[in-house]
Design a protein around this ligand. Structure first.
Ligand SMILES: Nc1ncnc2c1ncn2[C@@H]1O[C@H](COP(=O)(O)OP(=O)(O)OP(=O)(O)O)[C@@H](O)[C@H]1O
Ligand SMILES: [Mg+2]
Length: 343
């Protein structure tokens, strides 16, 4: 339904030209939820902005339902754009207008009748769960509620396509979840195709059925969660994108942690789960194979298709020989690990 063909886009910067998108190709089917992941500066926002021609690509075609957006004149493009909704991390609501009026605004511009506007706005308020907030002003809403208003406003023109650029980045985990759930519901109920940019693998895992990985302006991989997982086993840069960062040391340990081993201290071992190594397998090693007394200080495990990624921080409380035998085993089996100190 959406074909991105050979899109390139360069920007002039102080110290030269930067190719933000370099011959990008991507097909998106109706009803897909596509997660776009990549490091900062990879070109994610530029791709999304090119999709609705907020940014005009230097080369290539963007074909939506058979129309190449790059070939349309200003008026036709404006009409096509109405069918592409967009939400951002920064939510721009009109603070002097009520929730109802904020959502109604695009319809007023389009000259729709009062009756039609009322019907559509009330339906959408219901869909996003804000029926009782119709007459409130944005200043009295939470971040999550404001994003719901922005979503309703983006849907009011009945788009077939919703672009989300880090729409949940500014929200706390509870609001993030409820917004994601809402996007999932909208996808189901309205058959809306969604493209979303995020840094959080949890977000991708919970609602996306397709992933595109972008690196230095190129799509380096595209497919289902399972397909991307398989790719990550062969490709180090995809693998590292799927990892989250190192765990923070618990505060009580940061105070007393030592860099050198001293009698009576226990090593703090961090193990990286990278899809090959499963959380359960590490527990089995500790409990059954090596039988080492230990405390799991922290664990952050993300389930991703059939694999899991993340880190575990363990304080090993065995004697020196027991601890060393486990660490030796991890090294000889290529399990990514490091000693963060002793405490
Ligand atoms: N309007 C612009 N003018 C000049 N350079 C730009 C412009 N927009 C983007 N760039 C450059 O293009 C590259 C891609 O930027 P883009 O915003 O698409 O990255 P991103 O993947 O969205 O990053 P982030 O995760 O930090 O939001 C960057 O090097 C950026 O500096
Ligand atoms: Mg961006």
């Amino acid at each position: 339904m959406v074909e991105i063909k050979n899109i390139s886009k360069s920007f002039q910067q102080k110290d030269g030209v930067i190719k933000a998108l370099d011959d990008v190709n991507l097909s998106i089917s109706k009803g897909d939820i596509v997660g776009i992941i990549g490091t900062s500066g990879a070109g994610k926002s530029t791709l999304i902005r090119c999709l609705n021609l907020l940014e005009k690509p230097d080369e290539g075609e963007i074909i939506i339902n058979g129309n190449d957006l790059t070939k349309l004149d200003a008026r036709d493009l404006q009409n096509e754009r109405k069918k592409i909704g967009m939400i951002f991390q920064h939510i721009n609501l009109f603070s002097s207008k009520t929730v109802y009026e904020n959502i109604a605004l695009p319809l007023r511009f389009a000259g729709e009748s009062r009756h039609e506007i009322k019907r559509k706005v009330l339906d959408l308020l219901d869909l996003v769960g804000l029926k009782d907030k119709a007459n409130e002003y944005p200043s009295s809403l939470s971040g999550g509620q404001k994003q719901r208003v922005a979503i309703a406003r983006s849907l009011v023109t009945e788009p077939y396509f919703l672009l989300c650029d880090e729409a949940t980045s500014a929200l706390d985990p509870i609001n993030t979840n409820s917004i994601l759930q809402l996007l999932g519901e909208i996808n189901q109920k309205l058959g809306l195709t969604i493209l979303l940019i995020t840094h959080e693998m949890d977000v991708v895992k919970s609602i996306c059925n397709q992933i595109a990985i972008i690196e230095k302006g190129k799509i380096i991989s595209h497919g289902s969660l399972d397909e991307i997982y398989d790719e990550s086993q062969k490709n180090e840069s995809i693998n590292s994108l799927l990892h989250s960062n190192s765990l923070n040391m618990p505060l009580e340990f940061t105070r007393k942690i030592k860099n050198e081993f001293t009698e009576g201290l226990h090593p703090l071992l961090e193990i990286q789960l990278n899809g090959n190594v499963k959380f359960e397998a590490i527990l089995k090693l500790l409990l059954n194979t090596f039988k080492i007394p230990h405390t799991i200080l922290k664990a952050d495990v993300e389930y991703f298709g059939k694999a899991n990624f993340g880190q575990i921080l363990i304080q090993l409380k065995g004697n020196v020989t027991e601890n060393d035998s486990l660490i030796h085993y991890l090294s000889s089996n290529n399990v990514n690990h490091s000693i963060k100190g002793y405490a």
